[in-house]
Every structure is written in structure tokens, then in C-alpha cells.
Design a protein around this ligand. Structure first.
Ligand SMILES: Cc1cc2nc3c(=O)[nH]c(=O)nc-3n(C[C@H](O)[C@H](O)[C@H](O)COP(=O)(O)O)c2cc1C
Length: 346
């Protein structure tokens, strides 16, 4: 079927997926196909207009925890029914070893979205992962400029060539080759969705370098940061998209590695003691499934309380410094902030 128009819905924390949206659009414009790029952060996500019936719909978003982030997943879930062709794209954690680009892991992002969209009547014409530089500097040192530039250029070429083929009426399901590893990591994807993301939202804090400009609060795509005690406070709504860390002009936002480590030790000690003296309490709950769900929930509540306490205690200079010096993101060898290279429409 000839493509009459293209609508690209994208979500992006640090710019990779936005670039993919622009690259797709540039190819479409070369073919004189009218294209609309919609940042779902600014769209009315509760009431999406049904797309024109002959438009190709593209979804582009990063992978978070081996899945699309909730903001994109929920957007797809609420997307109106239709019969259009759909192209699913994601950007994931690419790295560079020599001249070899190591791929990220998509997990269930494509499969879950495909099922939802198929049930709404759509046809999937492609699932394209794009291995752009990883922005997850909470878990690994920021990539250097040379790597960022290399991955950017290579992927720009790749996306353009894939898009030419899609416009020519071909499909692209090469990512299905990764299905075994994607299925194997699916339990972790579910754990991340139900527990991990909430825990990770409590790892960010603003150091005393914060000048209260509120850029992080105003630009958070999910309104996950509020002002508490006159400083930014990350709520459980945060999706760890890294926009705040990437945009902070003072580089004041850090990941509290020491804090998390301390909470885990403290929690283990308390649970150990509780178990020792109140083991009869646990024997009341015999159902293994209930215990499986209660344990992480108790940990999340504990983490949330500790986060609130430390937020207020950080008024004390000694505590604030302790938080800062136990954060790997504070150190030069680790803490390079990531922001995608800027692209524009041709
Ligand atoms: C919280 C978080 C979780 C991530 N999880 C994954 C993952 O499961 N697999 C992967 O390949 N990349 C993962 N990444 C890397 C991003 O998907 C990748 O850098 C993406 O290109 C960022 O896109 P953006 O700049 O549009 O936000 C993760 C990044 C973050 C911040």
C-alpha cells in the first residue's frame, strides 16, 4: 500500500528517540510524504485523535528496563482503534568496541506493543531497534564524545536506509532474531515495570550546587519531580528518563549510589532482626505468592521513607557532602552527562 502520510509519535529523555523521529521524517520529506512529528509528552495522552486511515504510524521511544517506558506503553494502550500500518522503533543502549557497535536489549517492548496494537486492528510492518549511545549514566560511566558521534552517524545512515525500504513497501522484522534473549529477560522486564522503576526513582537527588532554577521540575515529561523543602524531590512518578540529569545547567543532579547501598544494608539488618524475634509473624502468611509480592512492596515503602528522611537531613552540610562523595556520578571518570547530538529537519 502506498504511504500517503506519516505520523510519528515519539518520547525521548535525552534526545536519541527524537533524533530517530527526525531522521524518519527527513526521508519521508525527500519522498514528498507529508509528515507530522508528535512528542507524546505534549499531547493529550488521555484522548488521542484517531489517525487518518491511510497514514503510516510510527512509534519511537527508548527502551527502559527491557520494555517501552510506561509513558509510551500507556500511550499505546490508550491509542484509538484503527487499521493503519504501524512501524515500531526503539532506541537502546548502544556501546562501541573498536568499530563494532554492541547492541542493547529490547526485551518485551516490541512484542507487548504489537499485541496491543494488533488487538486494536492495526498491522505491524516493522520493528526496528536503533543502537544509539546509552544514556543510563546511573549504571555506567557516560560515553565519550568520539563514541557518541560515531554511533550517531552510523545510526543515522541505518535508519535512513531502513526507512527507504519501508516507504518502498517492504517490511522489517530482523529484530525477531533476538526473540530468545528477549523472552529470557522478560521476567526482569516485568520486575522492572512493577518494582524496579519505582525503586530507581528514589536514587536521584540535587546537591548543594542546585540554584533552584527549577528547569528539572518544569521540563520533566512525567511531572515526576516536585519541590519539597525548597529543593527538587523525585516522586515515584519519575521514569528515570535522564532528562533532568542531562539538562541541569549546574550538574547538580546525582545518583545516590552510596545511599542505595546504605539502605539495602540497613534494610537487611532490620529484616534480619525482625525475622529473628517475630518469625511467628511470617508463618501466619503461608502463601508464597503473597510473600513474593509483599517483600518488594515493604522494601519500596522502606526506601521511600529513607529517601524522605535523607532529603530533609541533607540540609546538614555533612550529610549532603556524604551523599555527594558516595555518588559515582559526581566523579569525573564516571559522571559525564549524556545529551544526544542535535539534529534538525532537512
Ligand atoms: C532507566 C533506563 C533504563 C534503560 N534500559 C535499557 C534497556 O533495558 N535496554 C537497552 O538497550 N537500553 C536501555 N537503556 C538505554 C536507553 O534506552 C538508550 O540510551 C536510549 O537511546 C535513550 O533514548 P532517549 O535519549 O530518547 O531517551 C535504559 C536507559 C535508562 C535511563
Amino acid at each position: 500500500m502506498q504511504i500517503k502520510s506519516i505520523i510519528i509519535y515519539y518520547f525521548s529523555g535525552t534526545g536519541n528517540s527524537k533524533n530517530v523521529a527526525l531522521w524518519v521524517s527527513n526521508v519521508a520529506l525527500k519522498h514528498n510524504i507529508p509528515t507530522q512529528i508528535i512528542n507524546i509528552t505534549n499531547a493529550n495522552r488521555a484522548l488521542v485523535e484517531p489517525p487518518a486511515s491511510d497514514a503510516l504510524i510510527v512509534f519511537a521511544s527508548p527502551v527502559h528496563g527491557f520494555n517501552y517506558p510506561p509513558i509510551m506503553l500507556h500511550f499505546i494502550m490508550r491509542f484509538p482503534k484503527g487499521k493503519n500500518n504501524i512501524l515500531l522503533m526503539n532506541t537502546r543502549a548502544g556501546m562501541l568496541i573498536g568499530k563494532f557497535i554492541t547492541p542493547g536489549l529490547t526485551g518485551i517492548a516490541f512484542y507487548l506493543s504489537s499485541i496491543m496494537l494488533k488487538l486494536k486492528g492495526y498491522s505491524i510492518v516493522g520493528m526496528i531497534p536503533v543502537d544509539l549511545p546509552s544514556n543510563w549514566i546511573s549504571v555506567h560511566p557516560g560515553l565519550n564524545e568520539r563514541t557518541v558521534k560515531y554511533l550517531h552517524e552510523k545510526n543515522k545512515e541505518k535508519v535512513s536506509s531502513y526507512m527507504e525500504k519501508i516507504i518502498a513497501g517492504k517490511t522489517n522484522f530482523k529484530s525477531v532474531r533476538e526473540i530468545i534473549q528477549d523472552i529470557l529477560i522478560s521476567p526482569i522486564a516485568l520486575l522492572y515495570y512493577f518494582i524496579g522503576r519505582f525503586a530507581i526513582s528514589k536514587t536521584y537527588y540535587a546537591s548543594s550546587d542546585c540554584n533552584g532554577c527549577d528547569i528539572c521540575i518544569k521540563s520533566c515529561p512525567v511531572k515526576g519531580i516536585i519541590k519539597l523543602d525548597n529543593r527538587p524531590f523525585w516522586t515515584f512518578n519519575c521514569e528515570s528518563c535522564m532528562k533532568c540529569m542531562s539538562n541541569c545547567p549546574k550538574k547538580a543532579i546525582e545518583t545516590g549510589h552510596g545511599f542505595v547501598f546504605g539502605v539495602i544494608i540497613f534494610y537487611s539488618l532490620i529484616i534480619g532482626l525482625f525475622y529473628r524475634y517475630f518469625s511467628s509473624f511470617f508463618s501466619i502468611i503461608e502463601n508464597e505468592t503473597i510473600i513474593f509480592f509483599i517483600k518488594p512492596l515493604v522494601f519500596l515503602i522502606f526506601l521511600g521513607i529513607c529517601y524522605c528522611i535523607i532529603h530533609y537531613l541533607m540540609r546538614l552540610r555533612a550529610i549532603e557532602r556524604f551523599m555527594v562523595y558516595t555518588s559515582l556520578t559526581k566523579y569525573k571518570f564516571w559522571g559525564r552527562r549524556y545529551k544526544a547530538l542535535t539534529e534538525k529537519l532537512d
